[in-house]
Design a protein around this ligand. Structure first.
Ligand SMILES: Nc1ncnc2c1ncn2[C@@H]1O[C@H](COP(=O)(O)OP(=O)(O)OP(=O)(O)O)[C@@H](O)[C@H]1O
Ligand SMILES: [Mg+2]
Length: 333
């Protein structure tokens, strides 16, 4: 039987599942479906999480969740849709306050204020806010399963690479800080204390520890699973191959591939099938065979093309069933 149920039988200790892949192919749909199945069918305490500014989880669960904190949308199924812009703003505010406190200022120098404000325009800031929120949620250990619906850019691979870049960056600053501390210790003793430098170093140490724990979890294939969501189309095949190579470079194993929007082959037996649809279905055949050849056993689930957008708990429960126990008639091999 194809389907994610088989995967979870093999990997019962998985705590984090990440759906990655190009935009618009089914990451949010798969995240909602898996979360629903684990929570409602299996009674696990699940947290489904996203930072998509398009509020796609609100859209699929048909509830206003954006920036509203953790909300239980069905028994055991908790959803949180982080407003990353709001998080970035409060993060910047926090930095400003720290500088004010540390240097006992009443007001920030204008250039510093402008510099901090300008950082929100950087794409890395969005990713680091997402990353931070992920790390915080997972470290709470309150849930049996965390499902991350990756934001609609890149592959979600950059997200992971980010951790290593951040770690290296923290190490560099820590080193610089230690050096500065040696010089400043003398001056500070004259002023009556070494408090300030110690505080910064302590904070850097904490950031580093948090990142190490998180990276450790993300790269542990018994605990964390990455699935690429794709569709039976040429571009998606090329893209998934590229993503697989990128994951390899980061030393992260890809757990599997979810093939979404697959037409059931027995539709072809329908006598009144419109020619247009017939061509479309036949067109998928070659791609599905290629997917089988290229990704082999990595193909973990196939989800059919539905006659409407899967939205609302009722529809999600159908998708959940298809994701966990994929239908045989979707296989073209
Ligand atoms: N199997 C399917 N059958 C019919 N419609 C689908 C199917 N899967 C997804 N869709 C629809 O396709 C659109 C994109 O799906 P989804 O939002 O899950 O993709 P995504 O990868 O999360 O996109 P983004 O990268 O923008 O976040 C949605 O409108 C969704 O309802
Ligand atoms: Mg999405």
């Amino acid at each position: 039987m194809v389907g994610l149920a088989e995967f979870f039988e093999r990997k019962p200790d998985v705590e984090v599942v990440v759906f990655a892949g190009k935009g618009g192919l089914g990451k949010t749909t798969s995240s909602a479906a898996l979360s629903y199945y684990k929570a409602v069918n299996e009674g696990k305490k699940v947290l489904c999480f996203s930072t998509d500014p398009q509020a796609s989880l609100s859209d699929i669960f048909e509830r206003d969740l954006f920036g509203k904190g953790i909300i239980e949308v069905a028994p055991n199924l908790h959803v949180v849709e982080i407003d990353a812009d709001k998080n970035i703003a409060s993060y910047q505010q926090e930095i400003k306050q720290k500088i004010l406190d540390m240097y006992e200022l009443d007001e920030l120098p204008k250039e510093i204020e402008e510099y901090i404000d300008s950082t929100s325009a950087e794409p890395a800031m969005y990713e680091s806010a997402t990353y931070d929120a992920m790390a915080d949620l997972v470290s709470s250990k309150e849930y049996d399963l965390y499902v991350f619906d990756m934001p609609p850019f890149g592959h979600g691979v950059r997200m992971v690479a980010m951790a290593e870049i951040l770690s290296a960056w923290v190490d560099k600053i820590t080193e610089a800080r230690k050096e500065a501390a040696e010089y400043e210790a003398v001056a500070s003793t004259l002023r009556g204390g070494v408090e300030t430098e110690d505080m910064i170093l302590k904070e850097l140490g904490e950031i580093r520890r948090k990142m190490d724990t998180f990276t450790g979890l993300m790269t542990n294939s018994e605990k964390t699973a990455f699935f690429m969501v794709m569709v039976p189309e040429k571009m998606a095949i090329l893209d998934t191959e590229r993503a697989l190579a990128m994951f390899k470079e980061l030393n992260i194993g890809m757990s599997g591939v979810v093939v979404n929007q697959t037409y059931p082959r027995d539709l072809l037996n329908k006598p009144d099938l419109p020619d247009f649809l017939k061509k479309k279905i036949e067109g998928q055949e070659d791609h599905l065979i290629e997917i089988r050849e290229k990704f082999g056993d990595l193909v973990s689930a196939l989800i059919p093309m539905y006659d409407r957008e899967p939205k609302g708990l009722d529809m999600i429960s159908h998708v959940a069933e298809d994701l966990m126990h994929s239908r045989r008639d979707l296989l073209w091999w």
